[in-house]
Design a protein around this ligand. Structure first.
Ligand SMILES: *[C@@H]1O[C@H](CO)[C@@H](O)[C@H](O)[C@H]1NC(C)=O
Ligand SMILES: *[C@@H]1O[C@H](CO)[C@@H](O)[C@H](O)[C@H]1NC(C)=O
Ligand SMILES: *[C@@H]1O[C@H](CO)[C@@H](O)[C@H](O)[C@H]1NC(C)=O
Length: 360
């Protein structure tokens, strides 16, 4: 009898050990042990431990932190419908910030049901035109492009490091019943695997940016008596674009790349060769204006030139987002705020009758 008891105890101990080891990544990912801590913009407190249940490390690439959108959530946000009124897709419900803290994106979505209507129209037109094209949404914010793409039955890799945006995106994904279309990644895109700080911009949370960009800003004249609002910083774990192929679903062969990362766009291309090799990317939508603002920094200038060269040798042509005006590579310092690079062998390029790269 005593012997059996002992065996049971040994068996239970071993089972417990196995359980702990097997589920270590799930229960005690490194980010709980001090690596990962985010400030909440609403409450100005670190994220409550219970919220960490939504985050887990990817099994195929431990640098990637995934966010589980299938779990229940009980947050209460304001989630108005968009009002793009496109003929073939439904408008989506999108959970926004209090417009007091996010005047631009949340404010416009709240008041008009629209944000960047010209870019959105171009984006949807292109997505419709090329079947089986999915979306890589870098800097997804509260997920406008992510949610719209799902309405055309496209799959999305949605990348956004800010907890407050992620929980809103989570809620929106559930309200629109598109859990099976979106993979949410809670990293920032950078040039290596490291921990960086995100500067959360009150009144324009969508404009939050990686703090290391501060050193590239042109010096500003110090005006005495100006009130400097204290910075709210959030720690984020960076991955590179090439990491994404480790979590690609098998059908993810062709995708539009949308980059809106407040100045870091240029750097993202430094580790993107594998991604561009493995994926057909018909178009890259990007906010270019921030890059021009930061071009007085030598480092940024080099990154922009690298990016332009990267796209040029891969047969991309720059366009305004009206899809009509062709831009010139040589003239990039005069490019507008939003641009789209198109690979003309994969999508229609206005003003280019023959496919780029085709024989004369
Ligand atoms: C947020 O927290 C910091 C540090 O505890 C504090 O200095 C700051 O005043 C707080 N901000 C707000 C808006 O409550
Ligand atoms: C990013 O690219 C740089 C330059 O090619 C390389 O040294 C670095 O190892 C790459 N980082 C990752 C994480 O792939
Ligand atoms: C990408 O493809 C090009 C051309 O096929 C090849 O030369 C290059 O080595 C590839 N790069 C990577 C990182 O796979």
């Amino acid at each position: 009898m005593k012997l059996i008891k002992r065996y049971i105890i040994i068996f239970c101990t071993l089972f417990c050990l196995y359980f702990i080891i097997a589920y270590k990544n799930r229960l005690f990912p490194s980010f709980i042990l001090g690596k990962f801590h985010i400030l909440s913009t609403d409450k100005n407190v670190t994220v409550k431990l219970k919220d960490l249940q939504y985050y887990y490390q990817s099994k195929t690439n431990p640098n990637i932190i995934l966010y589980d959108v299938k779990q229940e959530n009980s947050w209460k946000f304001q989630c108005p419908f968009t009002k793009y009124k496109e003929s073939d897709i439904s408008d989506v419900q999108i959970c926004i910030y209090n417009p007091e803290h996010d005047e631009h994106i949340s404010g416009q979505l709240n008041d008009y049901g629209k944000w960047e209507p010209v870019v959105v129209r171009s984006f949807l037109r292109l997505l419709r035109a090329i079947p089986n094209t999915h979306l890589i949404d870098v800097g997804a914010n509260i997920g406008l492009y992510t949610l719209l793409a799902t309405q055309l039955n496209r799959h999305v890799l949605s990348i956004e490091p800010l907890h407050d945006s992620l929980i809103r995106l989570h809620k929106s994904i559930q309200l629109n019943n598109v859990e099976n279309f979106v993979t949410v990644i809670a990293n920032a895109i950078g040039t290596k695997h490291e921990k960086l700080q995100l500067n959360i911009v009150d009144k324009n949370i969508g404009g939050s940016y990686l703090s290391i960009l501060d050193k590239m800003k042109p010096p500003v004249k110090i005006i005495p008596d100006i009130v400097i609002t204290p910075k709210v910083l959030a720690d984020v774990d960076t991955i590179v674009l090439d990491d994404l192929i480790d979590i690609y679903p098998s059908y993810f062969k062709r995708a539009i790349l949308k980059l809106d990362i407040e100045g870091f766009e240029a750097y993202a291309f430094q580790n993107a060769t594998i991604l561009f090799n493995k994926t057909e990317i018909p178009a890259v939508y990007m906010e270019f204006g921030k890059l021009i603002e930061l071009k007085s920094s030598n480092e940024m200038m080099a990154a922009i030139k690298y990016m332009i060269h990267f796209l040029k040798i891969r047969n991309y042509e720059p366009y305004e987002v009206n899809d009509i005006n062709h831009l010139s590579f040589d003239n990039w310092e005069k490019w507008p705020w939003d641009i789209v690079f198109k690979r003309c062998d994969l999508c229609r390029c206005a003003g280019m009758d023959k496919a780029v790269g085709s024989v004369e």
